[in-house]
Design a protein around this ligand. Structure first.
Ligand code: PHE
Length: 344
């Protein structure tokens, strides 16, 4: 009996079924209810008691070996790693796995948001379909302000007769919603898509993306605004980037300014990106007009604040020297795949 067990053991060790059918033949032959193992245990009953001691151990080992071999073969076949299948060469390199890349506007937005998060700003979002109050009136736009004109704003006529619904033209509307729903301190940035009724060209589009920011607390001053934005620019474009503030006008801030940075392409010596001025404008900003605070239920005697807003497209253009805005929304893979993506 020992001999025959040795022979079966050798057979089992050499077995290499190519598919599930052959594996089943193996199982029936060795482990089936009428199989070899069953038969050996039958024979075992009739051996002498002296022999039983030795054979019992051998037989049990044989059983364990047969079962282990079966389980191993099954796993191998199930996982498709069957080396016998002549069509499969496991040494060949795999098919490769094409990872997408992040959209350049997303890369810029993530970078901007990260910088402000490190300064303790939270991210706030709001609806893209807005009413006149949140997009204009609360922000101190006079009734006859040209920005409300049909040329700039996409109005949505509703059957209900409510005709002050529009696609938001800036994410300042989110600032209004935030202030209406709470009390200072506020320290938040509002990234999002905005819409303006412009003819599509290399320099203008009917939608673009913004990050606006709001900081309201007691004793917030223009110096806080300048230092915050100065720090932001050093983080975004590197230490030593120069900034300058030019007086400007926005209905919702007083005083208002536009901020330029030393040209990110030529460093200020003059190139066609900065039209040989050495400076490029990147954002609008100012101290929140007290009227806006009061419109939102905030005591303008107690609190002051600053706000700013920038276009993500503009910052991205300056960073990657992209001269046609339309590239951002055409979804041309040849353009998109040039932007390196880190797995975040
Ligand atoms: N809302 C302005 C725009 O869309 C940007 C801005 C925000 C300016 C906050 C000043 C303060 O152009």
């Amino acid at each position: 009996m020992q001999d025959i067990i040795n022979q079966y053991t050798a057979e089992i060790n050499a077995a290499n079924p190519a598919n599930a059918d052959e594996l089943e033949v193996f199982r029936i032959k060795y482990l089936g209810t009428k199989g070899i193992l069953k038969d050996l245990f039958e024979q075992f009953k009739s051996v002498g008691s002296e022999e039983k001691r030795v054979l019992g151990k051998v037989l049990n080992e044989f059983k364990q070996n047969a079962e282990a071999k079966f389980n191993h073969l099954k796993e191998t076949l199930d996982s498709g790693l069957n080396t016998q299948d002549s069509d499969t060469d496991l040494t060949l390199p795999g098919d490769g796995f094409a990872l997408g890349s992040r959209h350049p506007l997303s890369l810029t937005r993530i970078e901007i948001v990260d910088i402000f998060k490190r300064l303790g700003f939270v991210v706030a979002e709001g609806p893209e379909i807005e009413d006149d109050w949140h997009n204009f009136s609360a922000l101190n736009f006079p009734e006859e302000h040209p920005a409300r004109d049909m040329q700039d704003t996409f109005f949505i006529k509703k059957n209900s007769g409510q005709d002050d619904i529009a696609l938001r033209t800036h994410t300042s509307s989110v600032q209004v919603r935030m202030m209406e729903n709470g009390q200072p301190p506020f320290r938040a940035i509002m990234p999002g898509r905005v819409y303006r009724n412009e003819a599509i060209s290399a320099r203008a589009h009917c939608f673009f993306h913004q990050v606006e920011g709001l900081y309201v607390d007691e004793n917030v001053s223009f110096a806080d605004l300048k230092q915050t934005l100065y720090h932001f620019v050093q983080e975004l474009y590197g230490e030593g980037t120069k900034v300058r503030f030019r007086p400007s006008y926005f209905p919702f801030t007083e005083p208002s300014a536009e901020m330029d940075v030393s040209c990110t392409i030529c460093g200020g010596s003059g190139c066609n990106m900065c039209k040989y001025s050495g400076w490029v404008e990147i954002l609008g900003c100012g101290m929140v007009d007290p009227n806006v605070l009061e419109n939102c239920g905030i005591d303008s005697k107690k609190y002051t604040g600053f706000a700013f807003g920038m276009g993500i497209e503009r910052i991205t253009n300056l960073k990657y020297v992209i001269r046609d805005l339309r590239l951002f929304s055409e979804n041309d893979v040849r353009f998109l795949k040039q932007f390196k993506t880190e797995i975040i």
